[in-house]
Design a protein around this ligand. Sequence first.
Ligand code: CP
Ligand code: NVA
Length: 310
Amino acid sequence: MMAGMAKRDLISVVDMKDKWAEMVDLAIKLKAERGHHGDPLKGKTLAMIFEKPSTRTRISFDVAITELGGHALYIDESKMQMGVHSETVEDTARVMSRFVHGIMYRAYDYKMMDKFGEYATCPVISGLDNLEHPCQALADMVTIKEKLGGFRGKKLVYLGDGNNVCNSLLYAAAIMGIDMVACCPAVRMPNAEIMWNATKIAEENGSKIIASHEPEKACVDADVLYTDTWISMGDTTPEAEAIKLFQAYQINDRLLSIAKPGCIVMHCLPAHRGQEVTGEVMDGPHSVVFDQAENRLHAQKAVLYTLLKD
Ligand code: CP
Ligand code: NVA
């Protein structure tokens, strides 16, 4: 960061609303460069704190900063002073900011994330919390642009649990002008404030955000069917209860046949074949889930470049 410039965080998608479209295009450009970027983040260190497990977020951030010329530190939160010996979040954020150029944090509680952002003097990037998963939503927008050519007039139907992934998708869809249906059971709708804010942003952008509890109606004319696990990390809902609650929201051949013929199927992964998506659909011709997973790498590069480059 240049001296005197205020640092920026990516904790909620809306933190980077003004840069979102630019970051989508940057990710696509960086993808085309195939790892040859000329080390724009040479000498930069990203600390990555994990309170929960991760495959995609951890690996893609590490590879992303390495390919941009920088370095990543993996930190298991349970081995830090912060949790175990009760050093405050505020002090931890202040201290870490003296060592590194950026902090990626995967947290259980969004309040911890917000506090980290408030006290760190370097950029803080959410690697997921209980409210949002902004970097996932950026990779999702990259994937939609690649596969469908753009956003306007496209209809995305999210089916299942109105969780962190759904919340960030609502914001990202609204910012890019995609029509989105959050199709979830009434007791598991997305965060009400985010839903409201996203609806307003969508209105400004000429698109629509709506809620539904009827998967078969919601999927009519869909360009994208999107789902995520029925039980997120930290959610204590018994599996049998979740299956009962979400069964009608499973992405399967029946729902797919209601959508547009060229409809793509997305999932942030990890997936549970036979629950939120059938194995046939997951491994079938409509599924783009592994390209979507790869795009995490390119999206992380766009985020790191935008927030950490001098
Ligand atoms: N989609 C996602 O964030 O995956 P990980 O939990 O493996 O990072
Ligand atoms: N909603 C899921 C996403 C995992 C990447 C969770 O929070 O566990």
